[in-house]
Design a protein around this ligand. Structure first.
Ligand SMILES: [Zn+2]
Ligand SMILES: [Zn+2]
Length: 255
């Protein structure tokens, strides 16, 4: 019988085949200039030098700040998470890369971005037992065919031999699109969205949650909440990008 699951499986296999045929590592993924085949980030020197790296960041949520230790939002209310780290400001060309990864089926981008995550993780000097990618809903997974956060974890497994656990936390309800909601509503809209599937594995452990963008922090902090409830010792977050001054970009709010 032909059902949705089979269709999803076929799409996945077909995409894998395409990924193998069209190897995208001859050209800079930002400007398209020719580069060496084995360039680590698949970017030319010029584009690499211009990336919007976060230099000084909020000690709690990782947002780019000019002075002091905490950003305005964290001064108002500290997030649940032990600490979040982000590599870049959510601005050009990182926002384009993330949009292409999520909505244009360009899965190969995740492999390159994953290297930045691993470097940030090493630089942060934190110790964790395993990595959890932020789960997306079943519906979204069927439509997209992959979870971009899971793909972003690839280098943790391949380069650091760390355990990545994509099924330890699942998203139980399809949250209504966040775009129409205020900041406060957005933060509460996710309550009871996530559940831990194996509490024994969480107890006493330090965990790293990986996602593409930290926007309001609602998603990562909601997961942190359920992990702490399951007695996690520390819950860290790590994302490719962090919204600038908490400006909400519409596309980042969609899963
Ligand atoms: Zn370039
Ligand atoms: Zn902050």
């Amino acid at each position: 019988m032909y059902n949705l699951y089979m269709r999803f499986n076929f799409k996945e296999k077909f995409n894998k085949l395409l990924d193998n045929i069209f190897v995208n590592d001859f050209k800079c993924i930002v400007c398209g200039k020719e580069i060496l085949r084995n360039s680590r980030y698949s970017m030319c020197k010029d584009c690499l030098a211009k990336l919007p790296y976060i230099k000084k960041s909020c000690e709690k949520c990782g947002e780019s700040i000019v002075s002091g230790n905490l950003c305005l939002n964290c001064k108002r209310e500290l997030p649940k998470i032990t600490q979040n780290f982000s590599v870049f400001d959510y601005s050009k060309p990182i926002n384009y890369l993330i949009t292409n990864l999520k909505y244009d089926n360009k899965k190969y981008i995740a492999n390159y971005l994953s290297n930045f995550l691993v470097e940030k993780f090493i630089e942060s000097n934190i110790k964790v037992d395993f990595v959890i990618p932020v789960p997306i809903s079943e519906n979204r997974l069927k439509i997209r065919g992959y979870n971009q956060a899971e793909l972003l974890c690839s280098a943790f497994n391949e380069k650091l031999n760390m355990e990545v656990c994509p099924n330890l936390v699942s998203r139980i309800v399809d949250t209504i699109s966040q775009t129409s909601l205020s900041r406060k509503e957005r933060l509460t809209n996710l309550t009871n969205t996530f559940k831990v599937n194996d509490k024994n594995k969480i107890k006493g452990k330090s965990i790293l949650i990986v996602d593409d963008v930290y926007t309001t922090g609602a998603t990562i902090n909601e997961i942190a909440k359920v992990l702490f409830k399951a007695k996690a010792k520390n819950v860290y977050g790590l994302t490719i990008a962090h919204s600038v001054n908490n400006v909400l970009m519409e596309e980042t709010l969609k899963e």
